[in-house]
Design a protein around this ligand. Structure first.
Ligand code: UDP
Length: 571
């Protein structure tokens, strides 16, 4: 079996079934069989004669071969009592005590099942506004975020994994300045990622250096103005110093909605890759590109035939998940079934580039990203159309862009690039579309385990080309990059680049290349060196806007404690 020790550790800790005393009673094969059998069952809804066993075998094989993995909740919960299989949810928060505490309760139920929640706090009246029923004053979005945060903290103890949240505030909310710096103290609101929801109007005002209006969502009235550049610079300043807030381009997200007839999206899921309508959920799955290669006459090449097959299996799998999912709320059940959004994406992209000898930070790399994601996106749509012929179109079809185009789809979206934080460990792949963090590094697995790892293909090349030594691997772990290390051939250095060798410019170019061929969004962190300036950050934000990204998250090395991945070198 090809599962690494890291993969086994992760699976044993949280994924494999346990008995009442907490003993693991499932093998890895058993887990994938449980998932495959359960997900395959959905076919019988549409065809009483369907060969469930054969389908289950197909599902089982792609997971066992590490070619495809569904998001963690599916692996954890499929075929079990909980049965909640989605990673991503967006919940609305109404401007009332009832509304706010309903959302907290709903989030708790979702976190318990391993899902993450996104919220927009934009509908809450600003701090200091009057509360009619009591004559008191409102405490504002940021103070309520702290309540959501504490609830998440408490649920964390009993849930399958750490509940994650996204908190969004529109840039024209009167409390925007307080929001921008609400995580200045990096020990605060730690169960949230935060992003400012930017509008086109705001971006135009930034470009022209103009003021823009702040609106009280409660009554729609202007409460005053702020200078757009001042606010923008403040966002940049905070992101430079702590990595947060991120930004999302709300108008762009809504312009690209495939179901505009169902209203506006106001938030994404916690890691930003999945904008959703209120009460929508989405299940994700990722193809491991490292496995989609074959030996050709001139070294490795992409195995497009197999990739196409795995896309078909992935779409089929994810569409089935919608039917067998046990939704935590009636509203979520209804919304999710209406749009039938799925998010097929990739992991192991950096591994694939290593095998193909293409540098991540190059036009060749970006062009290749475009090509491979276009292939996956088109193929996934073709499969969704095939499913629509048998199973019918998604119920909100008439509210969608596909209706006007006359294209019958089973799913209103098919593609998303997830971070694949844990499933990439299970599949032994580089995460999502990120460059490798380091050729050799220390990984903090789950809680506090630290493990040293060398990239297996690099190790193989080093041995083949005769420059392997344990001493060298140690040295690489110290440095985190091979770019300054002597004794490694130049052509190897060019290809085996890591996150810090890749300049922010190429990070964004890569994100944009994937975004061009993805319905939903792309999970991506733009890494900056510690020495990067505020101007560098500002420039990259503008570039993300100009290149059509839906949002951006940056991280400047050393600016936040408790990094998940860290090189040995102390900064
Ligand atoms: N997520 C979460 N808690 C976690 C990790 C992930 O709620 O600890 C959710 C969140 O919505 C995130 C999504 O799962 O955006 C996908 O994350 P990832 O791809 O890293 O999950 P994996 O399937 O690898 O566990």
């Amino acid at each position: 079996m090809a599962f690494s020790n890291n993969a086994k550790t992760v699976l044993e800790r949280r994924y494999l079934t346990r008995d009442e005393e907490g003993n693991v009673i499932e093998t890895i094969e058993g887990m994938f069989k449980r998932v495959a059998d359960h997900v395959a069952l959905a076919d019988s809804i549409y065809n009483k004669e369907a060969d469930i066993e054969e389908l289950s075998n197909n599902f089982y094989n792609v997971m066992m071969e590490q070619e495809f993995m569904p998001n963690s909740p599916t692996l954890m919960n499929a075929g079990k009592e909980l049965g909640q299989l989605s990673a991503c949810f967006v919940l609305p928060i109404e401007d009332s005590m009832e509304g706010i505490f309903d959302a907290i309760k709903n989030a708790a139920l979702i976190h318990k099942s391993g899902g993450g929640t996104g919220f927009s706090f934009s509908r809450l009246r600003p701090k200091g506004a009057t509360v009619k029923s009591t004559g008191g004053v409102a405490s504002g979005p940021v103070s309520f975020m702290k309540v959501f945060n504490s609830a998440t903290e408490a649920v964390k103890q009993g849930g399958t994994r750490r509940g994650a949240n996204m908190g969004i505030l529109r840039v024209d909310h009167p409390d925007i300045m307080e929001f921008i710096e609400c995580k200045k103290d990096t020990t605060e609101i730690t169960n949230f990622n935060i992003s400012v929801g930017l509008t086109e109007k705001f971006m135009e005002a930034v470009e022209k250096g103009e003021d823009y209006e702040l609106i009280d969502p409660h009554n729609g009235k202007s409460t005053g103005t702020l200078n757009a550049r001042t606010v923008y610079k403040h966002i940049v300043e905070m992101a430079w110093s702590t990595g947060e807030p991120g930004i999302i381009f709300l108008d762009r997200i809504n312009r690209k909605s495939t179901v505009p007839g169902l209203g506006e999206m106001e938030s994404t899921n916690p890691c930003g890759e999945q904008p959703l309508l209120p009460y929508e959920s989405c299940n994700l799955g990722s193809i491991n590109l490292a496995k989609m290669i074959k030996k050709g006459t001139n070294g490795y090449e992409v195995d497009y035939d197999r990739l196409g097959e795995v896309v078909d299996i992935g779409v089929h799998f994810l569409d089935n998940v919608i039917d067998i999912n046990r939704y935590p709320l009636q509203e979520i059940d209804e919304m999710t079934r209406k749009t039938r959004k799925i998010g097929l994406g990739v992991m192991g992209f950096a591994d694939m580039l290593f095998h193909l000898g293409i540098p991540y930070n190059s036009q060749q790399g970006v062009d290749f990203a475009h090509k491979i994601m276009k292939f996956i996106d088109e193929r996934s749509k073709k499969k969704s159309q095939e499913l629509a012929e048998i199973r019918g179109v998604f119920p909100a079809y008439e509210d969608s862009i596909f209706y006007n185009e006359g294209i019958k789809m089973r799913n209103s979206t098919t593609t998303t690039i997830a971070p694949t934080g844990t499933i990439s460990i299970i599949a032994g792949a580089s995460s999502g579309v990120e460059p490798l963090f380091a050729i050799s590094f220390v990984r903090n697995v789950m809680d506090n385990d630290r493990l040293l790892e060398v990239h297996p293909y690099f190790e193989q090349i080093a041995k083949e080309r005769g420059f392997y030594s344990e001493e060298l691997m140690e040295k690489i772990a110290e440095e985190g990059t091979i770019s300054h290390i002597e004794g490694i051939p130049e052509d190897v250095k060019k290809v085996f680049v890591t996150a810090h060798d890749v300049s922010p410019f190429w990070h964004i170019k890569m994100q944009a290349a994937f975004q061009d061929n993805v319905d939903n969004a792309v999970s991506k962190t733009v890494n900056f060196r510690r020495e990067a300036t505020r101007e560098d950050v500002e420039e990259v934000y503008m570039l993300a806007y100009k290149l059509g990204c839906k949002g951006i998250t940056i991280y400047r090395d050393g600016s936040r404690e408790n990094q998940v991945l860290s090189t040995l070198k102390k900064h």
